[in-house]
Design a protein around this ligand. Structure first.
Ligand code: 5AD
Ligand code: SF4
Length: 458
């Protein structure tokens, strides 16, 4: 057998991208590629990019700049760029970065072996960015084909990652794309229309993962509430019920949801399916009705508060996390204060907060960006200050509680300690034996910090 080639992959952005990078590693391992460890050892470097915000997109370009020197020293190195920036910019990237060999769109991952072969053997530079089920009327006049989703999930083949067989947790894609067209968001344009994966495929994948020792799965999709099976009409709560029955699997999580589509049936799954962990990520974006309307979110602050109430009624200790966007075009001081007010009312367990940036062709990018950068920074700071306090208070309330932790591995700070998460997704560190990795352990919380808890095994 020929010497293995070496792959280095750098991932930006969300769990979708993390999962795509895993798929790429799986595909390339079957072609005798192994991890390079560091870029200077690689024969193939791929940057898996994100374009959700301007800042993340810029990081992508800086990464590319760093690899330029390597390519100059080692011309046979293949340098590729995938993910949402690749989808968004396409061929223009080849013009802008003459040292880039390959641009690979979000729906083209399954073609990677063929594309890399062409780059190597024919010394061609390629941009492959057809969206298999995009929306031609909405995006820059690309000619798009009619859906043929099957190649995107070569089910049961991509997810085995040799050499990493001792994973406790895994991400499992249940749907891709988004049809919501929130006015600030680029996702529908770079990830295509919503498409659900077949429930049988998902079941098969998770059953195999559980047999390989995976104990927790996170079901991922841009908007899992609109999961519809693939022709079967299976609803997301039905899917959860079926996954709940898989032997060897301890825990189920999912992300991300849309408040408008959060059904009573899904809310009712908390507390009813014992493997479903009591945590939901429910992006709010803004607490102001007028901003929510401008964002095309399809719910009001009252609707949101009502969903929170229903969730807490179904499962009293449920952890709720959210995304907050500040400085949306036209956001006035009073709108922002509505957001602050909602944060204090809901008392989220965690938030991710961002300054708005234009993302053409998302429709809000046609509005005038009238909140000055400095003011966006001030609003973001205020949001984060308020939440920091709430998170700490909520963590402190847990001191003395007994919690179930799934042990994920040795703690980063001290190898004699273990780290894991509670069902509500809080990080817990405690002294313990490595044999416990992959097991559910009862602990008592002894100390609370901003981002983690300390505990002792009971
Ligand atoms: N500017 C800033 N943040 C954004 N997000 C999405 N689009 C933008 C944008 N144009 C944030 C939203 C979303 C999260 C994943 O990223 O809060 O929920
Ligand atoms: Fe973007 Fe809205 Fe779809 Fe989320 S639901 S990916 S914010 S368009």
């Amino acid at each position: 057998m020929k010497d293995a080639k070496k792959l280095y992959i750098q991932t930006f952005g969300c769990q979708m991208n993390v999962r795509d990078s895993e798929r790429i590693v799986g595909i390339m391992q079957r072609l005798n590629y192994e991890p390079a460890g560091k870029p200077s050892r690689a024969d193939l470097i791929l940057i898996n990019t994100c374009s959700i915000r301007q800042k993340v997109e810029h990081k992508t370009y800086s990464a590319l700049g760093r690899f330029k020197r390597l390519k100059a020293r080692k011309p046979e190195l293949v340098l590729g760029l995938g993910g949402c920036v690749a989808q968004q910019e396409g061929e223009a990237l080849l013009e802008r970065f003459p040292y880039l060999d390959l641009v690979i769109g979000t729906h083209q991952i399954h073609r990677l072996p063929e594309l890399i072969r062409t780059v190597r053997e024919r010394k061609e530079r390629i941009a492959a960015t057809t969206l298999l089920n995009g929306s031609p009327e909405r995006f820059r006049g690309h000619t798009l084909q009619i859906p043929n989703p099957s190649p995107r999930w070569t089910s049961g083949q991509d997810y085995q990652i040799p050499g990493n067989g001792n994973r406790v947790k895994a991400l499992v894609t249940v749907m891709e794309g988004c049809d919501n067209y929130c006015s600030y968001c680029i996702v529908p344009y770079v990830r295509g229309r919503e498409i659900s994966r077949s429930s049988d495929d998902i079941l098969r994948e998770i059953t195999d993962l559980a047999q390989c020792g995976v104990r927790e799965v996170t079901l991922i999709g841009q908007n899992v509430n609109s999961y519809r099976g693939n022709g079967s009409g299976t609803s997301f709560p039905d899917l959860l019920e079926r996954i709940n029955g898989i032997t060897g699997l301890f825990r189920i999580r999912f992300t991300t949801t849309h408040p408008r589509d959060l059904s009573e049936e899904l809310i009712g799954s908390f507390g009813r399916r014992e493997k479903l962990c009591e945590h939901i990520h429910l992006p709010l974006q803004s607490g102001s009705d007028s901003v929510l309307r401008q964002m095309n979110r399809g719910y009001s602050r009252e609707d949101y508060l009502h969903k929170v109430e229903q969730l807490r009624r179904a499962s009293s200790g449920i952890a709720i996390s959210t995304d907050i966007l500040v400085g949306f075009p036209g956001e006035r001081e009073e709108d922002f204060n509505d957001t602050l007010d909602l944060l204090k009312r809901v008392r989220f367990d965690a938030i991710f907060s961002f300054k708005y940036s234009h993302r053409p062709p998302a429709s809000a990018s046609r509005l005038s960006e009238d909140v000055p950068e400095e003011e966006k920074g001030r609003r973001l700071g205020l949001i984060q200050d308020v939440q920091r306090q709430i998170t700490l208070e909520k963590n402190r309330e847990l001191i003395g509680n007994k919690e179930e932790v799934l042990v994920e591995g040795p703690s980063r700070r001290d190898p004699e300690w273990l780290t894991g998460r509670t069902r509500s997704n809080r990080v817990v560190n405690f002294p313990g034996d490595k044999d416990l990795i992959g097991q559910l352990v009862p602990v008592e919380i002894t100390k609370a910090y901003q981002n983690s808890l300390k505990a002792e095994i009971l």
